[in-house]
Design a protein around this ligand. Structure first.
Ligand code: ATP
Ligand code: MG
Length: 592
């Protein structure tokens, strides 16, 4: 279907006045020092994420507002107010303190979306303890590797996860002094060499003075998704809270009465920055659903829980698309006013599907584990150009650069000022949530910076209106007969075909043209993977992309390999195609 290149917003689209209305003016007047003034700060000038997220509200008029609302299939919903969250996090901070766990020590959390996880993360932050979230679906090896490289001192997990995944390697984790277990069902855990968190919490005082942390003190250690290789540990500081707040305001448009739902797994940076911290900073109510993806359940939650702002990911949107428009139409969403997505490129088809089927376009935004917060976004007041990640938020200066020498040391780059030219996306360093190091890899960290610019490793272009367009990861770009082909462009065209729900594109070495484009596609229900369909998809791609860019080969897969944060792992498609070692697969979704 032919669609216009721009979705223009009308006053009707903006159900309430957006926080970011005059983009140019806001960019001109914005300063991070001013942005910090929206937060309270600790007495004596410090800054602490946990304090700003919880205690600031618990001591004010928002104390009885629901901070976190936990829902699951088999238990009644559980609401935790800001005041209660303050008491619980104080208890947890006291538990740590009593165990001798202090500022700068490292705590790992690994659990589903249970209240104890949120309490542990925020309580540890208040104690100055550095937090690392892990996916609860990780196997024993990835868990032990991460705890060892980060010298984790404390692990908070459930008794069931401990028995299945940690116990057998416990003696291989010499830094791990304390394991605090949540008894999943009622009762007390009795595993040797562990402590029962419920007991410790019951004995602890519920008053605590947040440890004096400065904006430069480490707060979080996040591992990257492992899409392009072995996950890297990115170190973040308490000062990041200023970005979390500003981006919650601009990119998620949080208003005090919002009911917000972030679907990201708490093991991924999005699950922390925007699944825990940003909504609390804005004093809103966050829905936390313990269950995994289920289209009917999700539509029901959006409706029943009166969600107004929803932050999700392309992979989830594609799964909703797969479940069909009919299901979507069986549920009303009168409260929903803003949908945003992050994690990988959002195909134009998905943006339009949002508009046509959900009644709201989906607003793509871009960031990385390393940036700590949203950098480039489509905000409610922006017109959307489907396929574009939007524009840099106030306080963020982005540009496109070209490398002057491929292998030069130190690297030299030139900023490309002309529009529509592809190059590496770079950000002027200095925003508060910028990572401060890769764990145990100073050389790699330094390589990311050239002349005050942070090089993201992503290729993109900027158009004349200042919108950024994702082309592909530098590692994924295909070089074919003198053309540079971004997989995203090809994948977006493939999923326009009515049979294709998901596509991953790689370059396959070829003696004549360098690389040929090969596509892997998975199909919507009701389509047969046969020759006729292959030719039909091929013809569609050739018509839209031309013969030089369209895939030469198309293979059908029941589903594409994905990281646990939902990203298509093109490097794995390629390794499998070429019969090469698969490399680090610790973040691979099981069964993929
Ligand atoms: P690794 O660095 O270990 O390979 P990763 O880069 O996937 O993993 P994350 O930090 O979780 O780990 O993901 C950030 C990356 O995800 C970005 O660099 C970009 O490639 C991709 N990404 C995120 N959001 C978007 C978006 N809106 N559009 C396109 N790509 C995106
Ligand atoms: Mg990365």
């Amino acid at each position: 279907m032919e669609r216009p290149p721009v979705i223009h917003k009308t006053a009707q689209d903006l159900r309430i006045a957006p926080n970011l209305l005059d983009y140019d003016a806001e960019c001109r007047t914005f300063s991070w020092d001013e942005a910090r003034k929206a937060l309270q700060g600790l007495p004596g000038g410090g800054l602490n994420i946990g304090f700003e997220a919880v205690d600031r509200h618990a001591a004010g008029p928002g104390r009885d507002q629901v901070a976190l609302r936990f829902v699951s299939r088999d238990k009644p919903a559980q609401d935790m107010s800001y005041a209660e969250l303050a008491r619980q996090t104080n208890r947890f901070a006291n538990v740590l303190h009593k165990l001798g766990v202090g500022k700068g020590d490292r705590l790992y959390v690994m659990a589903g979306r249970i209240p104890e996880l949120y309490v542990a993360v925020l309580g540890a932050l208040k104690n100055g303890t550095v937090v690392t979230p892990m996916f609860s679906a990780f196997g024993p090896e990835p868990i032990a590797t991460r705890i060892n490289i980060g010298e984790g001192m404390v692990l908070v997990t459930t008794d069931a996860l401990y028995r299945r995944k940690v116990k057998q390697l416990r003696d291989k984790m010499p830094s791990l002094h304390h394991v605090l277990l949540v008894a999943e069902d009622s009762g007390v855990t009795d595993e040797p060499d562990t402590l029962d968190l419920g007991n410790l919490m019951a004995e602890a005082s519920d008053s605590f003075s947040t440890v004096a942390t400065s904006p430069d003190d480490p707060a979080l250690l996040h591992f990257t998704s492992g899409t392009t290789g072995t996950p890297k540990g990115a170190i973040h500081v308490h000062g990041a809270v200023v970005t979390h707040h500003a981006t919650g305001r601009y990119a998620l448009d949080l208003h005090p009465d919002d009911r917000y739902w972030c679907t990201a797994d708490p093991g991924w940076v999005t699950g922390t920055s925007y699944g825990i911290i940003a909504p609390l900073l804005h004093g809103v109510t966050s829905l936390i659903d313990r269950e995994e993806f289920d289209a009917t359940r999700w539509y029901t939650l959006l409706q029943q829980e009166k969600i107004s702002v929803w932050y999700t990911a392309p992979t989830a949107i594609r799964m909703l698309m797969k479940s069909g428009a009919e299901l979507a139409s069986q549920h009303a969403r009168p409260d929903l006013r803003f949908i945003a997505s992050v994690g990988e490129p959002l195909n134009p088809e998905a943006v339009w599907w949002g508009k046509e089927v959900l009644g709201l376009p989906i607003h793509d935004n871009w960031w990385q584990t390393e940036t700590g917060g949203i950098m480039i976004a489509n905000t409610p007041a922006f017109d959307i150009k489907p396929g574009s990640m939007g524009r840099p938020l106030p306080g963020i200066e982005a540009c496109i650069v070209e490398h002057l020498e491929a292998e030069g040391e130190p690297a030299r780059v030139r900023v490309i000022h002309e529009p529509d030219v592809e190059g590496e996306l770079a950000l002027k360093s200095g925003w508060p949530s910028m990572f401060r190091g890769y764990l145990n890899n100073e050389a790699r960290y330094r390589k990311c910076f050239v002349d005050e610019l942070y090089l993201t490793g992503d290729l993109a272009k900027q158009d004349a209106d200042g919108y950024y367009w994702f082309v592909g990861r530098a590692d994924d770009v295909i070089k074919s007969a003198g053309h540079l082909i971004g997989p995203f462009e090809v994948e977006s065209v493939l999923i326009e075909h009515p049979a294709v729900i998901e596509a991953g594109v790689i370059g396959k070495p070829d003696p004549v043209v360098g690389e040929v484009v090969k596509a892997f596609v998975s199909l919507r229900d009701g389509y047969q993977p046969d020759e006729e369909l292959r030719l039909s998809i091929m013809a569609h791609a050739r018509k839209r992309l031309g013969a030089a860019v369209a895939p030469k080969e198309i293979a059908f897969l029941p589903s594409l390999p994905r990281t646990r944060s939902g990203k298509i792992m093109r490097r794995l498609l390629k390794a499998r195609e070429l019969g090469l070692p698969e490399g680090d697969t610790s973040t691979l979704e099981s069964g993929a």
